[in-house]
Design a protein around this ligand. Structure first.
Ligand SMILES: Cc1ncc(COP(=O)(O)OP(=O)(O)O)c(N)n1
Ligand SMILES: Cc1nc(C(=O)O)sc1CCOP(=O)(O)O
Ligand SMILES: [Mg+2]
Length: 205
């Protein structure tokens, strides 16, 4: 099945706490989220596996894949659809070997130098960012702006999803820069109505 990166929800345990993790994700999917990533930098593996299984059950029949952030063992053990790793989160070859050919594997890229080194045949997509500075990730790299995003997207052999400080008002500029979608935390998680917040991004194509 084609991977639809158009509205990629990344969860945050604190921001999702208001409505609850599963409720926030289900509402966002009703509003048009096309991918969900479970991201929690502090939870133990066992807790994340449990959350991933609950999310997988909630997403059943929606066609929306569940991606695990950082933790290969959690992705394998939970039966999630894939894994997203950053430049310091382990080897792409090891992740692909453990996940199998059918799983979705994404990698974060911030620079042209990193892009030149990617193992494209083992990857499905790239996370390109941050477009803007964001309080949602304390250790983010230098912001790219839309010009930097366009440079990376043009040089990328893989579909890219833009991330970092993006809101519904940035859909047109993100498309124009050549990304295949927007990945967001705070524009959906922690909003009073996550379904309406997701719907505000509108149709991609
Ligand atoms: C879709 C997407 N793109 C980029 C990231 C960032 O990954 P990483 O650089 O490993 O940082 P952390 O999210 O692990 O803090 C992402 N998670 N998702
Ligand atoms: C998880 C993450 N990764 C980034 C990167 O640049 O790789 S920026 C980011 C946080 C995105 O949150 P928000 O939509 O609230 O700005
Ligand atoms: Mg990471």
């Amino acid at each position: 099945m084609r991977l639809d990166l158009s509205l990629y929800l990344v969860t945050d345990p604190a921001l999702c706490a208001g409505h609850g993790l599963v409720e926030t994700v289900v509402a966002a999917v009703r509003g048009g989220a096309s991918v969900v990533q479970l991201r929690d930098k502090h939870a133990a593996d066992g807790e994340l596996i449990d959350q991933a299984r609950r999310l997988k059950a909630a997403l059943a029949g929606s066609g929306v894949p569940l991606i695990i952030n950082d933790r290969l063992a959690v992705a394998v053990e939970s039966g999630a659809d894939g894994l997203h790793i950053g430049q310091d989160d382990g080897e792409v070859a090891e992740a692909r070997a453990a996940l199998g050919e059918q799983a979705i594997l994404g990698l974060s890229v911030q620079t042209l130098e990193q892009l030149a080194r990617i193992d494209a045949k083992r990857l499905d997509y790239l996370g390109l960012g941050p477009v803007f500075a964001t309080p949602s990730k304390h250790d983010h790299a230098e912001p790219l702006g839309f010009a930097g995003l366009a440079t990376l997207a043009a040089a990328s052999p893989l579909p890219g999803v833009a991330i970092g400080g993006l809101k519904a008002e940035h859909v047109a500029a993100t498309r124009q820069a050549g990304a295949q979608g927007l990945a967001v935390i705070s524009a959906i998680c922690g909003m009073p109505d996550p379904e309406a917040a997701a719907r505000a991004f509108g149709p991609w194509g």
